[in-house]
Every structure is written in structure tokens, then in C-alpha cells.
Design a protein around this ligand. Structure first.
Ligand SMILES: C[S@@+](CC[C@H](N)C(=O)[O-])C[C@H]1O[C@@H](n2cnc3c(N)ncnc32)[C@H](O)[C@@H]1O
Length: 363
């Protein structure tokens, strides 16, 4: 029997040292899973070890055989239609076309998940939802001189979250606009600005629909949010950025690399309260089906969340880029890459790194 399957059913039968090693491995897997949909970077194993010490996952509920029995479905033919269950599983395991569905709002704006996302954003020690406080400080220290940020520089930050970049840039005197469809994050950002007496314009709307008349010296989209969009949505955003740039203005964005895609593997799992209740305050069966699309360099984490009262499917798409593919997309929308970096803190570009960042300007 596979050790993880057995651990789920009867952890008490394992010698404690084996159990703790397996729990550690499982926490590892959860951290990686969380990092993926929170847009966190895919870290090297040694760094994941360090991050894990800040991020202890509670043990899943109903792990014991007794617990599973208590909660188990009654699958007897008289109660359930076995054909119906087969059809449901077919749907759960179905591979959609790349970017066939867009459900980003379920992840970021849902009452339950947005509260947890905000906690991840504000946890300065981990790279979940937002990067660590130390990285953002370093990033802003680099952005300010390299992209000429000073008093009155007009900046638009797309997908600004709770304002970790916007606040720091406004402190440098920039005239900042932050856009995000998470009301919870925007409310937090507004409170921070008010507390510090910073004049920042926050817009609580989907950036895909938003139209702005202003012109900006700097447009940012940080933490690989660009990768969550379909080719059509990316064109929409790049054309928008092009139209919003003031003469001499720049776009700064980061993306996942092909080195990160090489690490993606297909898998299918199911767990009670998958990710320890991240998806719902109610008990649920969480299926995670990961699909990879080699030709398109796309990966999908498809979450099917089965509660007593409802079933939801959330599609977390990620596009992975070669430098050439990103350049082609930018060029097609009238933007030229000025320089490529390993990250938005200006580190030297490294093709082995799981991400890269670019500064682009109008052609
Ligand atoms: C990975 S987080 C990064 C947040 C921020 N850029 C940072 O680095 O701290 C992505 C952010 O984009 C927002 N977002 C995702 N899709 C969006 C959309 N269509 N319109 C507006 N905001 C969106 C999410 O709510 C979330 O705050």
C-alpha cells in the first residue's frame, strides 16, 4: 500500500519518526501547491525548508479510519446511482482546452478564500500571494532609481493586492493608482493609505474591464499575474498598457519561465478539506487535477470542491514563457523589451530561474 494512502487512513499505526517525516513531506507538497495558485515562486528545496518553518499546516481533519467511517458516503446501490458517480468523476477528470474557463474571481474575491489570501499577502515572511516583505523592499529600492520614480511620477499597479508596492512607491512621492478586484484587499490598502496620510487612488474593479483616460510613467503587473491570463486576455492587457503609457513610460512585469514548466507534472488527488479548509468553512471533498499542455507551455490546476450544498470548479491556469515568446507577445502589442532580469528586484537574468522579469517601452 502506498505510504501516503496509509498515513491518511491510520496515522497512529506508524512509528512516530516515520509519521513526522511523512507529515513534513505532505506539508512540503501543500506549500508548493499553495505557492502555485497564490502565484508564489517555485522555490529550490532548501529554501522551501526555510519557508516551511514559518508555515506549519495543521493536520487534516478526519484522518483516522474511524473518522473516515463516520463521514463516509453511503455508496450502496439503493442510495446512490453508481452511473451518476461515474459521470461526475468523468467531469472532474476532464481535461479542458487551454484557458477554456476563467474563474480567477472565485479564488481572489470569494468571502472565505479572500480572507486567507489577505493573510498570506500580509505575512511578511512567506512568498504566498505577495512576496516577502524583504523582497518587496529590495524590489522597490531597485525600481525607484532604475525606472526613475520620484515626486509626481505617475504609476499604475495592476493587481495591486493590499497595496504592498503602491504604499511603498507613494512614500517615495509617486502619484499611484492601484487596481484590484478583491474588495477585501482594496479595503485594506485604503486603510493603510489613510493611516499614513498617503494619497493613493485605489480602484476595485477587474483590470480586464477597466478603462482609464490617464497616462502613466510606469505600469506594473507583479507576481506573475500575467501568466494567469489567456492569450486573448494578455493581448487585452498589453494593448491597454500601450495606450496608458506616457511618452518615455515603461512597463514592468514578471512571468514564469520554461524552467518552471519543466518541473510541472500531471497528477490527480482527492482530500477531505483539501488544503486544510482553504476553499470553504464547510466540510468538502477537494479534488485537484493537474494537467500540463506541452505544446502551449500551459499548466492547469483544476480544483473541484464538493460540498453538501454545492460543487464548484476553479481553474488555475499558468502560462510559462520563453524570453522569445514573451517578446513576441509584447512586440505584437507595440512594446519592445528594453531589458530582461531574473526578478522585479533587478537580479541578473538566469535561464535556469523559475521566473524572469522585463522592462518594456513603446516601440
Ligand atoms: C499574486 S497577487 C499579487 C499582488 C501584488 N501584485 C503583490 O505582488 O503584492 C495577484 C493579485 O491580482 C489580483 N487580480 C487577479 N486577477 C485580477 C483581475 N482580473 N482584475 C483585478 N485584479 C486581479 C488578485 O486579487 C491579487 O490581489
Amino acid at each position: 500500500m502506498a505510504p501516503f494512502g496509509r498515513l491518511h487512513c491510520a496515522p497512529h499505526t506508524f512509528p512516530s519518526v516515520v509519521e513526522s517525516r511523512l507529515r513534513h513531506q505532505r506539508n512540503f507538497n501543500r506549500l508548493i501547491e499553495l505557492q502555485r495558485f497564490c502565484r508564489g515562486p517555485l522555490r529550490e528545496p532548501s529554501e522551501r525548508e526555510r519557508l516551511l518553518s514559518f508555515f506549519e499546516f495543521p493536520a487534516p481533519r478526519a484522518r483516522s479510519i474511524e473518522g473516515l467511517r463516520r463521514h463516509s458516503l453511503d455508496l450502496s446501490p439503493s442510495k446512490r446511482d453508481p452511473g451518476a458517480m461515474f459521470d461526475q468523476l468523468e467531469t472532474i477528470f476532464h481535461r479542458p482546452r487551454p484557458f477554456e474557463f476563467y474563474t480567477a474571481n472565485e479564488l481572489w474575491t470569494d468571502e472565505h478564500t479572500s480572507a486567507q489570501m489577505l493573510a498570506y499577502h500580509l505575512n511578511e515572511e512567506v512568498d504566498l500571494s505577495s512576496r516577502s516583505g524583504a523582497f518587496i523592499d529590495r524590489s522597490v529600492e531597485w525600481i525607484v532609481p532604475h525606472l526613475g520614480v520620484g515626486k509626481g511620477t505617475k504609476i499604475a499597479d495592476f493587481g495591486c493586492g493590499p497595496g504592498l508596492y503602491t504604499t511603498r512607491l507613494a512614500r517615495r512621492g509617486a502619484d499611484v493608482t492601484g487596481i484590484d478586484f478583491s474588495k477585501r484587499s482594496i479595503d485594506h490598502a485604503c486603510k493603510t493609505a489613510a493611516a499614513e496620510g498617503l494619497s493613493i487612488r485605489y480602484i476595485n474593479e477587474s483590470y480586464l474591464e477597466l478603462e482609464l483616460d490617464d497616462r502613466f510613467d510606469l505600469v506594473t503587473m507583479i507576481m506573475c499575474d500575467f501568466c494567469a491570463l489567456s492569450p486573448e486576455q494578455r493581448r487585452t492587457m498589453l494593448r491597454k498598457f500601450h495606450g496608458l503609457l506616457a511618452p518615455g513610460g515603461a512597463v514592468l512585469l514578471d512571468v514564469y519561465s520554461l524552467a518552471a514548466f519543466a518541473g510541472r507534472k500531471e497528477l490527480a488527488t482527492c482530500e477531505i478539506d483539501l488544503l486544510d479548509g482553504f476553499w470553504s468553512p464547510h466540510r468538502y471533498y477537494g479534488f485537484l487535477n493537474t494537467f500540463t499542455y506541452d505544446e502551449e507551455k500551459v499548466a492547469l490546476d483544476k480544483y473541484t470542491l464538493v460540498e453538501e450544498a454545492r460543487t464548484r470548479t476553479i481553474y488555475n491556469w499558468l502560462q510559462y514563457f520563453s524570453p522569445e515568446a514573451l517578446e513576441q507577445e509584447l512586440n505584437g502589442c507595440g512594446l519592445d523589451i528594453e531589458k530582461r532580469y531574473a526578478d522585479v528586484a533587478g537580479s541578473t537574468y538566469d535561464p535556469e530561474h523559475t521566473e524572469f522579469a522585463v522592462v518594456a517601452r513603446k516601440q
